[in-house]
Design a protein around this ligand. Structure first.
Ligand SMILES: [Zn+2]
Length: 473
């Protein structure tokens, strides 16, 4: 299968250039003006072509709870999230499809799904998400979310003796599950790969991390985890290891060029140095960090230290959307308030590079996708410069990153296969998806969480907050 995009605008240096782009099979064959048409001709007039972005951290099934969890910090939010988590693998399928579609329509061609597993139906959950991503045609890195400690272990003890009880599944059983997921669903040739992804130091033992490292080395899998998303996690790491979480993860061998870490809000200068030395990637999820009050990640410091940074939406229950362009915008301009020296601020072109090449680098695939380069995979997105939100004509990339682009993606391809045509998703029926999402949900604005009520008093005490609770129950 080949095609040629004609007369399309691409970014070059600090400017733009109009070119033709030939695609043969899954790769970019040539980029130059006035090329011969191979295969189908696609009109790129008044359109901007960029490499696809990477939604480098999300949890697809959170889509079922978007817009409903009240404004509370992560440690309480997650108690409510798990209390009402979807239990039917078909829901995991639908939310994977929804996540893929929203990512594609906002410039993404790759998604990293840190997938919450339905207890007792773990492989079925992974199968459902795998099927969803294959159906839509997006490139997917499926990262089954695993832990081996009970949820209450994620809150610092403050020195008190706290009995958390055992997690539902022993560590080795979890690693066996991961092995099964690799056997069945690690399919790089079909654009779906498994990642090893313990949720983070707050709920995982060293044995679980070490088992994941072993699988990562054996099968050449990327590694993913949350890292120091909240202040509570920083306190917890000090209680658990007597050193910083980053120092500990370095010592056990978790950090590498194959490792991407979501959030990284509470790292200090020496932690940042370790991130740079180990070539680990920070996945910045600004909307989630604001929504949960987690803090502002020191992104300008990471960039100055040479740490690779990518963007993620994070799950839809802490965002509460999968609009990648929105995450990129906020994640870029947010940091200007942290540094008066505007020479350090992130420019729109830098944002584009972080979202594309930065995302690919975080997946150890910078040689395969993430830029418009001859020989690379054709993961491409074409933006309609005649959309209302892209007018009047000024700077296309400035409009895309700093504006509020609505319905601007006119065409997209993943691995050389078309996934969006004339603003429409190609491979699945979106009306049918909407119908199913509607039918399988209901308006529940007065939902109350018992788990939050049970957790809140300890959280407030450990975090030094006054004793009253906000009246959950
Ligand atoms: Zn997350």
């Amino acid at each position: 299968m080949s095609f040629t995009i004609q007369n399309v605008l691409i970014s070059e240096g600090e400017g733009y250039r109009t070119v033709d782009v030939q695609i043969q099979d899954d790769r970019i064959l040539a980029i130059a003006p006035n090329l011969e048409v191979i295969g189908t001709a696609i009109d790129g007039t008044n359109k901007l072509l960029l490499p696809g972005f990477v939604n480098a951290h999300t949890h697809s099934s959170e889509m079922w709870q978007r817009g409903i969890i009240p404004p509370v910090p992560l440690e309480l939010w997650i108690a409510e999230l798990y209390e009402f988590t979807p239990l039917d693998p078909e829901q995991a399928y639908l939310s994977a499809v929804g996540t893929a579609i929203e990512t594609l329509l906002t410039g993404g061609t790759t998604v990293v799904d840190h997938l919450v597993l339905i207890p007792g139906k773990e492989i079925e959950t992974i199968e459902a998400a795998y099927r969803g991503y294959r159906d839509v045609g997006i490139r997917a890195f499926l990262a089954p979310l695993i832990q081996d400690e009970a949820l209450s272990a994620g809150i610092p003890t403050g020195g008190d003796e706290v009995n958390h009880g055992d997690y539902v599944r022993p560590t080795q059983a979890t690693l066996d599950l991961l092995q099964e997921a690799i056997n069945q669903f690690h399919r790089p040739d079909e654009r779906v790969e498994i990642m090893v992804a313990p949720t983070g130091i707050q709920l995982c033992s060293d044995a679980l991390f070490e088992g994941c490292i072993e699988l990562s080395d054996r099968y050449n899998l990327n590694r993913h985890a949350h890292l120091l998303e909240t202040k509570a996690q920083k306190l917890l790491a000090e209680e658990k290891y007597g050193c910083s979480a980053v120092q500990h993860l370095k010592e056990i061998g978790w950090l590498s060029e194959k490792t991407s870490l979501a959030h990284c809000v509470w790292l200090d200068d020496s932690d940042i140095q370790i991130m740079a030395e180990t070539r680990s990637t920070v996945v910045h999820n600004p909307l989630s960090n604001l929504r949960l009050g987690s803090g502002i990640a020191p992104i300008l410091k990471y960039r100055q230290a040479g740490v690779n940074v990518a963007f993620g939406c994070d799950g839809s229950a802490s965002n509460d959307s999968q609009d990648l362009l929105e995450a990129i915008k906020i994640g870029s301009i947010l940091h200007s308030v942290t540094d008066f020296d505007y020479h350090h601020w992130i420019t729109p072109r830098q944002s584009v590079e972080m979202a594309s090449l930065g995302g690919a680098t975080g997946l150890n695939r910078a040689d395969q996708f993430g830029s418009l380069t001859v020989g690379k995979k054709a993961d491409l997105v074409m933006y309609d410069l005649k959309s209302l939100s892209m007018l009047p004509r000024t700077d296309p990339i400035g409009l895309l990153i700093l504006g509020r682009p609505v319905n601007v993606v006119s065409h997209a391809w993943v691995n050389g296969k078309q996934v969006i045509s004339e603003h429409e998703i190609c491979n699945v029926n979106v009306d049918d998806l909407k119908e199913k999402l509607f039918d399988r949900s209901e308006w529940t604005p007065k939902r109350k969480s018992i788990a939050v009520a049970e957790t809140e008093a300890r959280y407030r005490s450990v975090m030094g907050l006054p004793g009253t609770t906000i009246g959950y129950s």
